[in-house]
Design a protein around this ligand. Structure first.
Ligand SMILES: C[S@@+](CC[C@H](N)C(=O)[O-])C[C@H]1O[C@@H](n2cnc3c(N)ncnc32)[C@H](O)[C@@H]1O
Length: 174
């Protein structure tokens, strides 16, 4: 019995550690608001055959929304938190959207050059760290839609804000 409890405590500890690491890496898991998905999609301006990457996809809420409402050919979520990745993986199993793909790991370590559109909800610190990578890898004309936070020292092409209390969403073009 003691043996099983020790293993359980150890597993919970690893899960919590992994969750905390995600927070330190680029952003903790804080879900975006459902009522804002449409605005994220509009700013992304997805065309037939586009490839979309969600940097820190959490439980996959944007992935499945985009799969349902856009003509993107591939919608890939990168997620570093094991729990969120597994939740998303289970959702995908039952979703019937083959264009949704998942990658477990740190998005800073993946090559993002195939993306036409990036979507993210990350801290300003993470955005700052991401900028040199994006400048190096993103193809001309590709876009970044950032929920709530700006890319420091870069002017947004468009900002969506529908009321005083609404979350700002920013569009950047490379
Ligand atoms: C603020 S949440 C956004 C989740 C989702 N996109 C949404 O809008 O609801 C940020 C997500 O990024 C993940 N994350 C943080 N750092 C990461 C990294 N370096 N690589 C991949 N995912 C990361 C977190 O685990 C978390 O799920």
């Amino acid at each position: 019995m003691l043996y099983i409890s020790t293993i359980l405590v150890f597993i919970i500890f690893i899960i919590l550690l992994n969750f905390a690491y995600a927070g330190v890496s680029a952003a903790p898991w804080v879900p975006s608001r459902k009522k804002d998905y449409q605005r994220v999609l509009e700013l992304a301006g997805i065309k037939n055959g586009d490839t979309v990457y969600d940097l820190g996809s959490g439980d996959g809420r944007w992935l499945f929304y985009f799969a349902k409402h856009s003509p993107a050919q591939e919608i890939r979520g990168y997620e570093i938190s094991l729990i969120m990745y597994l939740i998303c993986w289970i959702k995908k199993l039952f979703s019937g959207y083959p264009q949704v793909k998942l990658s477990f790991g740190n998005f800073y370590k993946f090559n993002l050059s195939k993306a036409d559109v990036l979507i993210c909800f990350l801290t300003p610190r993470a955005m700052k760290k991401l900028l040199p990578k994006l400048k190096k890898e993103m193809k001309p004309g590709s876009r970044l839609v950032s929920y709530a936070f700006t890319m420091p020292n870069v002017e947004a092409e468009k900002v969506s804000k529908v009321s005083q209390k609404s979350v700002s969403i920013y569009l950047y073009r490379f």
